[in-house]
Write a protein that binds this ligand. Structure first.
Ligand code: PMP
Length: 423
């Protein structure tokens, strides 16, 4: 690849990340600025030091990075970020970044197809299901689901286990007749109901659950069987964190920004026979049929986000698939919950033990006045975003797939030390 040198006031040399050892792969980037009386153009020429200096390697970069316990957007795998970095400027010899590609060109088609194929492998998605890469976040799906799956007169059932399923229920009220058949609100969303006790409507078109409540930290460990209709699950915050039997669901949806990529991509896995019955007023961008028929390319999709999800899926496949991923997640969650439970009440997790989330761990301090100090000290130790959601307070450690065991071990060591100093 070559680049012609235009007349230039500034010449910056950047590495070609696709070939880190080849010093001939240094591209002069030129910018021209108009000289004024106050501005004297200078020529910045990067020296041999820059030419031979390799871009940050994992070992040096680790030192600069924090352990990010944010609920989403959340931490991404280091190796995925480094791979994206190495491909940012010139994707695999195409001469351009993924951000610059036509979404209809063969390069991007190969990216989206590989992403879908790896996701199908990971979740063992049966062929009678479509995978859609959409936009608008999981919040948009709160409307798209009733618009696509039922008529305004239809009854649908919602199990409300936290803020997100509550929001989904409220949005559905605009498009059909949803019923809350169970709510954990009176118990501050610390429980999942027993399935036998669920008072399901006999005529419900679907039964909606939130598989993992990101704010409250409650997670379904098994799934109810709908009496009628299909099971629909918001898996935004535990998507690809463990194996899931997709065939038990009519529709699974997830925003990518917790476990599988950046914000801006929403994944919908839908049984094909449920596609094609959208209500007449459904906007074209919310109609699953349109997206399915066009392989998620009806309009310009979030190309770079889909590419990043693809890199994450590839990484998960390389890790040995979701069984292996689940083992790691269980181990991380176990040491964190044990640290809380063994603290003699200094730390507390309000969630019923049998349904504690592997992904989002909310906890409080017995001495609530110390919470600000805890978060401040943790941040000094490069452990950030531990503040609980503004609606519930306390702390929350989100320990998604990409949070390394070392991050959780460091947090646990810090908690023990904090307790020793403040008990
Ligand atoms: N559902 C769950 C379980 C979530 O955690 C979130 C986001 N935190 C949403 C829905 C809303 O997602 P978005 O912001 O992508 O619309």
């Amino acid at each position: 690849m070559s680049m012609s040198m235009a007349t230039s006031n500034h010449t910056l040399f950047l590495h070609n990340p696709t070939n880190l050892t080849n010093t001939t792969n240094l591209f002069p980037i030129t910018t021209t600025r108009t000289a004024t009386t106050t501005f004297k153009p200078i020529s910045i020429k990067c020296t041999a030091t820059t030419r031979t200096q390799a871009p940050p390697q994992a070992s040096t970069q680790f030192q600069d990075r924090v352990f990010n316990f944010a609920a989403g957007p959340a931490t991404l795998p280091e190796n995925v970020l480094l791979k994206a970095q190495s491909e940012l400027y010139n994707w695999r010899g195409s001469g351009m970044s993924v951000m610059e590609m036509s979404h209809r060109g063969k390069e991007f088609l190969s990216i989206i197809q590989k992403a879908e194929s790896d996701l199908r492998t990971l979740l063992n998605i049966p062929s009678e299901y479509s995978v859609l890469f959409l936009q608008g976040g999981a919040t948009t799906q709160f409307a798209a689901i009733p618009l696509n799956l039922c008529t305004p007169q239809d009854t649908v059932d919602y199990v409300v286990t936290g803020s997100w399923s509550d929001k989904a229920f409220k949005e559905a009220q605009k498009y059909c007749k949803p019923k809350v058949i169970w709510s954990g609100k009176s118990e501050k969303y610390t429980k999942i109901p027993s399935f036998s006790g669920l008072n399901q409507s006999t005529d419900a078109r679907y039964l909606h659950i939130c598989a993992n409540e990101t704010i409250h930290g409650v997670e379904f460990k098994d799934y109810p069987t709908p009496k009628n209709g299909v099971l629909v699950a918001d898996m935004s915050s535990n998507f690809c964190s463990k194996p899931v039997d997709v065939s038990r669901f009519g529709l699974i949806y997830a925003g990518a920004q917790k476990n599988v990529g950046p914000s801006g991509v929403t994944i919908v896995i839908i049984r094909k026979d449920l596609i094609g019955n959208a209500q007449g007023l459904t906007p074209v961008m919310l109609d699953y049929k349109i997206h399915d028929e066009n392989n998620s390319l009806y309009n310009t999709p979030p190309c770079y986000g889909i590419y990043m999800c693809g890199l994450v899926f590839e990484d998960l496949v390389e890790q040995g698939g979701l069984k292996e991923v689940e083992k790691k997640n269980k181990k991380k969650a176990e040491i964190l919950y044990n640290a809380i439970d063994d603290s003699k009440g200094f730390f507390r997790c309000p969630v019923d033990k049998s349904v504690r989330s592997l992904m989002n761990v909310p906890f409080t301090l017995e001495k609530a006045e110390l919470e600000v100090e805890f978060i401040k000290e943790a941040a000094k130790e490069k452990m950030v975003q531990l503040k609980g959601h503004r609606s519930v307070g306390g702390m929350r450690a989100s320990i998604y797939n990409a949070m390394p065991l070392a991050g959780v071990e460091k947090l646990v060591a810090f908690m023990k030390d904090f307790q020793a100093r403040h008990a």
